[in-house]
Design a protein around this ligand. Structure first.
Ligand code: ME8
Length: 503
């Protein structure tokens, strides 16, 4: 995204499967999206942030059956857990859609009818491999040791199905990708995806008739393939003409996804959208430009546990609610944003967690706040001093300095910009020793140092607000919720950061 771009932003998380409770991977995606939307809002961009739950398909039906409850009971129970997690993590979703809602089901049926009308759907028989865990079809060439590339078990399927003419899109899609090099982040993953498409796309089975937990296809005994159903949540949630115009037609659309579901978002989704714009006879790159020229797929890596992906099915996950209860929300948000090089995998360990929080938040930013506010209360009458002073730290606009990093999704480096600035402010404390200045009667000089340090803290709490909303609120309260200026009265300082147990 470039700095001149002032369009509204529509940012989405994947809609999460409700076959289990949320884990740290889900929390991560939602927190990254929340960080980005808060940042864009801070920059004055109109932003709409959507999440929700993916509730149809064989996996959900099977899980419900195992638990001895109906699919909708399972969906109601687990969807509520995902919604509650969002609240617990202080995520500002503008909407939370469930695919079992009427608004969604009606919308998907309408889109299906348009695909039929545009001659993209035909009836046939599917013979091939399917993974229920991934809810995905795989080509023979992709099967390794009897398993899907994701490691999930596969089973052979032979059933009547409706096909979507995906194969017709191969060349046009590749041509469009070439014109739109920023479509998938990061670049390396985009290249992998292009190689997959270059291998030739096969028609996609988009209906199932061997179970019934899905959106019924009118006048048939089939239900919609769960990914066709799910992807359309990104439009069905924009359920008024105004919302659709502001946050789809006129907006920059950013789909935040884990790397495991890039293919669905960067191959299936744009082709479904392009297919709504044309027929097989009129297919062209223009159809893609019109339907998805404003869209970007932003993919992140996995959280690993001992080198393996954390997942519901492997049972090696960390519970984000427990973690937040143990350490507090800001620490969890900070660690998740700061530890990975965004786009790559990262390991979750208690040691990494404790060392980042202690070294970077408590000892650096926390210490700066504690020392500065204590002196401001003791020696500056709890007021931002009235002095005229110049200093390099006063020249910095941290938000602006972070911006290029955030625009390139280098989130860990964006946070490092704040840490480096905080370290410089701590150096100023060491060098100027304001407590000694006050003691030896050099009030003016002491006040100059405190003024600079208070400015630095103010910059830090604003710049880091999208990551640490609780810290931001605490420090804003010390500044009486006022803009930074001489004469602002300072409230008493609460504990900036709690120590954490390292064991
Ligand atoms: O795929 N590390 O839902 P899902 C990081 N319903 N992120 C992780 C993760 C991990 N170990 N595990 C999961 C689906 N995620 C579909 C999506 S969208 C139209 C339909 C995150 O419940 C990551 O964002 O399996 C991943 O893409 C998402 O959870 C998938 O969650």
């Amino acid at each position: 995204m470039n700095s001149q771009d002032n369009r509204n932003i529509f940012l989405t998380t994947p809609i999460y499967y409700v076959n289990g409770s949320p884990h740290i991977g889900h929390a991560y995606t939602s927190i990254v999206g929340d960080f980005l939307t808060r940042f864009y809002r801070q920059q004055g961009r109109k932003t709409y942030y959507l999440s929700g739950t993916d509730e149809h398909g064989q996996k959900i039906a099977q899980t419900a059956e195992k638990e001895g409850i109906s699919p909708i009971e399972l969906c109601d129970r687990n969807s509520a857990l995902f919604r509650a997690l969002g609240e617990r993590l202080n995520i500002q979703f503008d909407d939370f859609i469930r695919t079992t809602e009427k608004r969604h089901k009606d919308y998907v049926v309408k889109m299906w009818e348009r695909l039929v009308q545009n001659e993209w759907i035909y009836k046939g028989t599917y013979n091939g491999w399917y993974s229920v865990r991934d809810e995905a079809f795989y080509d023979e060439s992709e099967i390794v040791d009897g398993k899907a590339p994701s490691g999930s078990p596969v089973e052979w399927k032979e059933e009547e199905t409706y096909f979507f003419k995906l194969s017709a899109f191969t060349d046009t899609l590749l041509e469009w990708y070439e014109q739109y090099p920023g479509f998938v982040f990061p670049h390396g993953r985009f290249n992998e995806l292009k190689s997959f498409v270059k291998g030739g796309l096969r028609d996609l089975s988009v209906s199932r008739c061997t179970f019934s937990w899905g959106i019924p296809i009118p006048d048939t005994n089939h239900v919609m393939y769960v990914w066709l159903d799910a992807l359309f949540n990104y439009q069905s949630a924009l359920d008024t003409p105004e919302k659709f115009k502001h946050f789809w037609t006129d907006a920059k659309v950013m789909h935040l996804v884990g790397k495991d579901i890039i293919r669905f978002h960067a191959v299936y989704w744009p082709t479904f959208l392009a297919a709504l714009e044309c027929t097989p006879d009129t297919l062209s790159v223009q159809a893609f430009n019109k339907a998805c020229g404003h869209m970007q797929i932003v993919s992140h890596g996995w959280w690993l546990s001992n080198g393996e992906k954390m997942s519901k099915s492997l049972g090696n996950t960390v519970d984000p609610v427990e973690l937040t209860e143990k350490y507090g929300l800001d620490y969890v948000r900070y660690f998740l944003l700061r530890e990975p090089s965004f786009g790559s995998d990262a390991n979750f360990t208690n040691e990494n967690f404790a060392s980042r929080i202690t070294g970077e938040l408590i000892n650096n930013i926390g210490n700066l706040c504690q020392r500065t506010f204590t002196l401001a209360h003791k020696s500056c009458a709890s007021t931002v001093p009235s002095v005229k002073v110049s200093h390099p730290l006063l020249e910095v606009n941290l938000e602006e300095e972070m911006k290029p990093f955030i625009e390139d999704f280098r989130l860990n480096q964006a946070l490092e910009v704040v840490l480096t600035y905080a370290s410089k402010a701590n150096e100023l404390v060491q060098e100027s020793k304001p407590w000694a200045l006050f003691k030896t009667g050099e009030q003016q000089k002491g006040e100059e140092a405190i003024f600079i340090l208070l400015y630095a803290i103010y910059q830090i709490k604003e710049a880091i607000a999208p990551a640490l909303p609780e810290f931001h609120a605490r420090i804003s309260n010390v500044f009486n919720n006022e803009s930074f200026a001489s004469g602002v009265k300072l409230n008493p300082l609460p504990k900036v950061f709690e120590q954490i147990a390292t064991s």
